[in-house]
Ligand binder design. Structure first.
Ligand SMILES: *Cc1c(COP(=O)(O)O)cnc(C)c1O
Length: 471
């Protein structure tokens, strides 16, 4: 056995041998146009040879002659796959998980016309910080401020890098060295180590917790509000739900208390939404407009959660407070770039001129069940022609993702597949490592393809990839 392994290892070509043999292979020409291609090519060849060495030292039921005959074609196809994949690090992924706001896959998708607007703004000069009428310097935030005010009913608005930055900026501007009162039921961790207590500390504020995990009353805030109180902070518990014996104080009650003591009230709304999801069967949650109406000084929310736009932290509220934010030095460090602003402006315009159908996130959340059934059935039928796998239609549930509506279950139809030879784990990996990565979900003895999050052409790519399964 050991002898056989050594014999096979010796049969592997050296890196330079592979590279010189590649010159006769026409499909490799695009990867070797000049000597600048060489480092990447060498790197990929090394990786392929290393993985071949690992395979050799594991198992072989075939004869040496068979091994030798398949060696070169095998190395070539593996190398080709790696080279195409290595074209860029950021690559397209087919999201067949049914998680609409998939954090690992880039959260919200932009509408095609918004993406085109972003590309256009990237390629050309723009009036990013130019007032065209006067020829003088303008504000980059002006491009979205009016739109945000119209859509939310707020007096003023600004935008930073993400909602975490928005909360940090609010704390740093208004509560540095002072106290911020937060309910114990709202000390949220958002993930990626963003925790409200930590953010307050980073902003230089001192946290004063009130109430209990499940119940907080207005009198709890009243008991601690005093001369050192900089603000009352409400945090929307968008990624979990406390159910049963609970009580929370509403934004408008807090605003009333704040006014009595001359203390501003701010809210981190998390995944704020312009649409009311109850029409689609989601649990009731206040829209951004309803939250603003309660009279809070500032409200912040994410751009790439239920809003369905780019990563951004949007802050809306009373003009005097927004002005103070603008003057904070941190704002410069947290500012958004022109591509984000273009994506945000484009998305906000869709809200003004269009409907649910125009925002990809909302289109996916609201696809009728019979349409999902149709797409999944067609995929199952196409896959049933594949002799190497089993495919069947199953009912399942998709998720919103991104920490929004955590308890919501969206009924969906999935195409469930299973290999006739080999394991479902191998099949899942095979889908993920194809020329276009296909992300699926394993459940019980099946690999599930949820059609809710598929885009045009994805089904065909899935059928094509599974056609290459050769066990
Ligand atoms: C998601 C979320 C954040 C962080 O928002 P990002 O835009 O991801 O930075 C902050 N607070 C709450 C309540 C959230 O749900």
């Amino acid at each position: 056995m050991q002898k056989e392994i050594h014999r096979r290892l010796r049969a592997l070509p050296a890196v330079h041998e592979v590279i010189s043999r590649l010159e006769d292979e026409t499909e490799f020409r695009p990867f070797m146009t000049n000597e600048r291609c060489l480092p990447r090519l060498t790197h990929c060849v090394r990786q392929v040879l290393q993985s071949a060495r690992e395979t050799i030292s594991q198992n072989h039921t075939d004869s040496f002659e068979e091994f030798e005959a398949t060696l070169w074609p095998g190395l070539l196809s593996e190398l080709f796959l790696r080279l195409t994949r290595a074209e860029s690090s950021l690559r397209r992924v087919i999201n067949a998980t049914g998680v609409v706001l998939h954090t690992n896959c880039g959260r919200a998708l932009l509408a095609p016309e918004v993406a085109r607007f972003v590309a256009d703004q990237g390629e050309r000069y723009s009036n990013l910080e130019l007032n065209i009428e006067t020829g003088e310097r303008g504000s980059r935030y002006a491009h979205v401020e009016e739109l945000l005010c119209r859509l939310t009913g707020a007096e003023a608005a600004m935008v930073v890098n993400n909602n975490a930055a928005a909360v940090l900026l609010m704390m740093n501007t208004f509560a540095q060295g002072k106290e911020v009162i937060v309910s114990r039921g709202e000390l949220v961790e958002v993930g990626g180590s963003f925790r409200i207590p930590e953010v307050l500390k980073a902003g230089g504020a001192k946290l004063v917790e009130v109430g209990a995990t499940n119940k907080t009353w207005l009198k709890d805030y009243e008991a601690v509000i005093g001369p050192d109180t900089a603000l009352l902070l409400k945090v929307h518990t968008s990624n979990y739900r406390v159910e049963g014996f609970t009580h929370a104080v509403s934004g408008s009650e807090l605003v009333e208390l704040g006014e009595k003591h001359d203390v501003p009230v701010m809210e981190d709304l998390g995944s704020g939404s312009f649409f009311d999801g109850t029409n689609l069967g989601f649990p009731p949650e206040p829209t951004i407009k309803q939250t603003v109406k309660a009279g809070l000084s500032l409200v912040s929310f994410s751009g790439d959660k239920l809003l369905g736009g780019p990563q951004a932290g949007i802050i809306v509220g009373k003009r005097v407070f927004v002005e103070k934010l603008r003057k904070n030095q941190l704002t410069r460090a947290l500012r958004v770039d022109k591509l984000t602003l273009a994506a945000l402006e484009g998305t906000l315009r869709l809200y003004e001129n269009g409907g649910i159908e125009d925002i990809p996130v909302w289109r996916m959340l609201s696809v009728p069940l019979d349409k999902l059934h149709k797409v999944a059935s067609e995929l199952v039928m196409a896959l049933q022609l594949n002799p190497k796998i089993f495919a069947e239609l199953q009912e399942d549930v998709s998720q919103v993702g991104g920490g929004a509506w955590p308890t919501a279950e969206l009924p969906t139809w999935v195409c469930a597949v299973r290999p006739k030879q080999g394991s479902i784990i191998e099949l899942e990996t095979f889908l993920r490592l194809g020329p276009v990565a296909i992300l699926s979900r394993i459940h019980k003895d099946w690999v599930l393809i949820d059609v809710r999050t598929l885009l045009n052409g994805d089904s065909e790519e899935i059928v094509r990839r599974l056609g290459e399964w050769d066990r």
